[in-house]
Every structure is written in C-alpha cells, then in structure tokens.
Design a protein around this ligand. Sequence first.
Ligand SMILES: Cc1cc2nc3c(=O)[nH]c(=O)nc-3n(C[C@H](O)[C@H](O)[C@H](O)COP(=O)(O)O)c2cc1C
Length: 363
Amino acid sequence: MITYSKLLSAFQLGSLRLHNRAVLSPMTRTSAECNGLANQLMVRYYTRFAKGGFGLIITEGIYPDSVNSQSYKNQPGLADKEQAESWRPVVEAVHREGGRIIAQLMHAGALVQHNEFKPIAPSAVKPVGTMLEEHGGSGEYSVPDAMSKSDIRQVIDNFAHAAQRAKQVGFDGVELHAANGYLLDQFITKYTNQRTDEYGGSTENRIRIVVELLDRIRSVVGQNYTVGVRISQGKVNDFNHKWANGINDAKIIFEKLGTACPTYIHTTEYKAFAPAFTNGGPTLAKLAATYGGLPVIANGKLGDPEMAEQLLASGEAELAAIGTSALVNPDWVNKVKEGIVLNRLEHQFLHPMATLREDEIGM
Ligand SMILES: Cc1cc2nc3c(=O)[nH]c(=O)nc-3n(C[C@H](O)[C@H](O)[C@H](O)COP(=O)(O)O)c2cc1C
C-alpha cells in the first residue's frame, strides 16, 4: 500500500508551518454578495477544506480595487475595509480547524465578464475567445483601454493596499495571480502586450510589472509574510498557449521573479507532470524551481494522490495544489490518509458556486 510519505509530510513554507503538502487550488466561486462581501456560504465552503485536512488553502481570485479589477459578478473583493472585514469569519473558521489560508489577489484586466465598466489592459487588444458562461459572462469580450503609466502605478498601489488589508484581517499570506490570462498574464503574453515602453517588448520587460508588484507588496507586508505568485502558459480563453521562446522565456521569467523574493512560485499547467515545451523536457514546475530558486507549488491533474506523491517524491515541486478533485472531495487529504476511495468528478461540480451539498459529495 502506498503511504504517501512525501505528500503527507509537513513543510515549512517561509514562516508558515504546513501539516502536509496538499494545497487547495484557487477556485472562483462567484458566491459573494453583489457588493463583494464574503458571506456565511463561503465560511462553510472554506471550512470544509480545513476540516478535510488540506495543509494550505488558497482562496478564489479576489479583486483588489473597486475601479476596474472585478472579473465576475458575485466575485468577492478586498478593495476596502468592509470587504476585508467580511473575510475575517472565513479566516477565523479555517484557523479554528487548524488550517492555513492565503488570499489570491486577481485583477481581471481585459477578461471582464460583465458590462459594468470599461476594462483596462496592457494594450487595446480584444481578448480571443468568448466570455465564460458558467461565470456569468456571454458573448465577445470588449476591447480594453490601454493602460497609461499612471494606470500601472495605480494598479500596483491598489494591489499593495489589498495585500495589506488581507494581512490585517488575518490571512496567512497573499498570492498574486499572474496566470490564466488575467491582467498580469496579459502583460507577460506577447500578443496581448504590444507596448513599446519598458513594460512591453522583451520578455524581461513583459514580466516587469509582476516583479515591481511583488517588490511593492513585500515592502508593505514585511519580510516574514507569505507572498506567492501564480504563473501559467495557458489561459482561460486560450487554453493551449505556450511561451514563444520556450525554456529561454521560462529562464527569464522565473529568474526575474526569484529576484523579487516571493515566498513561493505556483505553476499551473494542464498536466503538472508533462514537459512544459518539448517531449522529454522539464516541467514548468521544475523550470520554476531551477531558475526561481524558491519553493514551488505545482498544479494540474494531481487529484490522483499517486500522481501528486510521485511528482513531489521526484523533486519536481514541494507542494501539490488540487483543484477539481477537491471540489468533490473537500476531505481529500483525510481520505488519502485513510485509504478511502475518492469521489469521481461529475461535470455539475464544476459550476463555480460555493453551494456543494454535503449529501452530494458524501460528507
Ligand atoms: C470553477 C473553477 C474556478 C477556478 N478559479 C480560479 C481562480 O479564481 N484562480 C486561479 O488561479 N485558478 C482558478 N481555477 C483553476 C484551478 O485553480 C486549477 O488550476 C484547475 O482546476 C486545474 O487543477 P486540477 O487539474 O487539479 O483541477 C479555477 C478552476 C475551476 C474549475
């Protein structure tokens, strides 16, 4: 019988002691109040994963400002004191169960799924694909306004203030969402970033805003606070995207992130264990570890605990983030410990709501 000795072993992530290496991957729930306040439904939702044994919980993407960062209706915010305070019961409930919880900060950029404001982005490029219907959007995306330098400074300020608010209400850390096609990934991605200033052009320039943001957040939250950054190649609206210069781009991106001293890098790929570029080549997680020199959380099809154990045991990453399998197994870690068969994912559970019923998932 497999003992999952790596997956179930404790890990020191910066100043945070984690009971094990299983992380709840961030998943949008669109279950907040329409003014962005977290609520009791969300308290119950997040508590399940703490009770279920996850060493670390990363929240859904939370918008940092009330100007233009909100992607979805009923997405929660950390844009002001009231929104921040609404998270306190969530954080306290998770802590009561012995869990750790990190707030993911996410700016939509061009990927806004509603018509309440004009989106902003590095360049005025209409996103490919169509809005996500399950997340409340429909039809084509709007063409965003290209950000001025003062918009960039404002966005950096807004993120930093949101990080500060997250710390004030007791979150154990913050994760900067620079993946999956949202604002920061729009800067990293060549075809959505056509700028000719120091934030566009070369890969070094396209990662600049993320590095500046990490530096700024660090200066606000202090050296010992946990600050992560999530990176991907694929996007919610362009699933198969790959960085044009392969490993050379990975080297530049992860080295630059490493210089900003986040606590960890979180990589997400469709399959965490698959080569990032060419057959037989390294995974994105391994490239992040090699060039970033930091602990790595790997994500992508690790819901089978044997795959997660293998990935961790082979040194590809220190932590494994579990997404969809956790939705049907909020007690994923406890089940793995006890050798209980995991529930299989049915499509209805992919709906981005925090309303999973205990009887449906066998809790
Ligand atoms: C409904 C849903 C919402 C998601 N929302 C977010 C999000 O807010 N932030 C984020 O970084 N990733 C988000 N993701 C991506 C997941 O964190 C994860 O990367 C993805 O499910 C792949 O992991 P898995 O193979 O373990 O399911 C979401 C995924 C799903 C299914």
